[in-house]
Ligand binder design. Structure first.
Ligand code: B1M
Length: 227
């Protein structure tokens, strides 16, 4: 049976299965099909791509899947995200602020960070995406160079998340801490951890990250107007 004949619920399951199996071309076609059926990019992400990657995460943890299979699944997910990218980043809104974002040193996970980046662009932010494995110097230099309103850091490993504190200390050392809003996120990160390292906010997911960033910019603009 062609996936085009599948009812919606089965299309999502097929998409999750194909992502799990690292079948990039199939995931691309199913992403297009779901959009053609009228689902929004965020629905396609949640019901198809992220749901598929959640299953991969569980089987990776349990030793059912290994790095090469997970890499293939990640590549399939990225291919699906590329279809969604123009829809997620398109914005008619004027630029509302600048964000520098990157994954911290020692960590090469970038799917969630790229998702945050795309949705921030869609919300009207200029986003400077530094990629993965960034040390404190790179974050600090980018904040300075782009006069960033927001610095976003992502970490997916319990061993790399403490590095966020190193970056925050580097911002303090450079006298930049009060000039930039620091948001942290990633699967092992929590509200409590964000508080502990003195970040300004914790973004649970990409949509929450956008919400927080917009609220911060509204507050910052109100402060500017008052002075
Ligand atoms: Co990795 N890996 N991995 N991996 N990997 C995890 C994170 C793990 C939880 C898997 C597991 O055991 N269940 C585990 C970490 C365990 C731990 O630290 N306690 C793990 C491990 C152990 C490893 C290696 C060490 C494995 C090895 O080599 N033995 C290795 C480390 C490499 C390194 O970084 N140095 C490794 C490698 C890899 C791959 C390269 C194979 C691949 C990454 C490919 C890539 O990113 N280009 C990979 C993947 C894909 C995963 C899982 C399965 C999926 C991650 C993902 O993309 N999720 C992951 C399992 C899991 O997380 N449950 C796992 C989908 C994405 C949309 O979600 O990134 O959480 P996420 O982003 C979310 C939110 O967290 C939030 O928004 C996004 C959604 O809206 N968010 C932010 C993220 N960043 C944000 C920033 C913000 C705000 C919100 O503000 C700035």
């Amino acid at each position: 049976m062609d996936f085009k004949d599948l009812p919606d619920e089965e299309l999502w399951l097929q998409m999750q299965d194909d992502l799990y199996d690292g079948l990039k071309d199939e995931v691309v076609e199913e992403t297009k099909e779901a959009l053609a059926r009228g689902y929004s990019p965020t629905e396609v992400l949640a019901k198809g791509l992220v749901a598929g990657m959640d299953i991969v995460g569980v089987d990776f943890r349990d030793g059912v899947l290994f790095v090469p299979e997970v890499l293939m699944a990640a590549n399939a997910m990225k291919a699906g995200m590329e279809i969604l990218r123009p829809l997620l980043t398109q914005t008619g809104a004027p630029r509302i602020g600048t964000m520098v974002i990157g994954t911290v040193k020692g960590d090469i996970h970038d799917i969630g960070k790229n998702l945050v980046s795309m949705m921030m662009e869609g919300a009207g932010f200029e986003v400077i995406n530094l990629g993965v494995n960034n040390d404190a110097d790179k974050f600090v230099a980018a904040v300075k160079e782009h006069n960033a309103d927001i610095l976003g850091m992502s970490a997916l490993l319990t061993t790399t998340m403490p590095y966020m504190k190193v970056v925050i200390q580097a911002l303090k050392d450079e006298g930049l801490r009060d000039k930039v809003f620091v948001m942290v996120g990633g699967a092992p990160v929590s509200e409590a951890f964000a508080e502990e390292i003195e970040a300004d906010a914790y973004g649970r997911d990409a949509a929450t990250a956008v919400d927080i960033a917009k609220r911060y910019m509204a507050w910052k603009n109100a402060q500017r107007a008052a002075t």
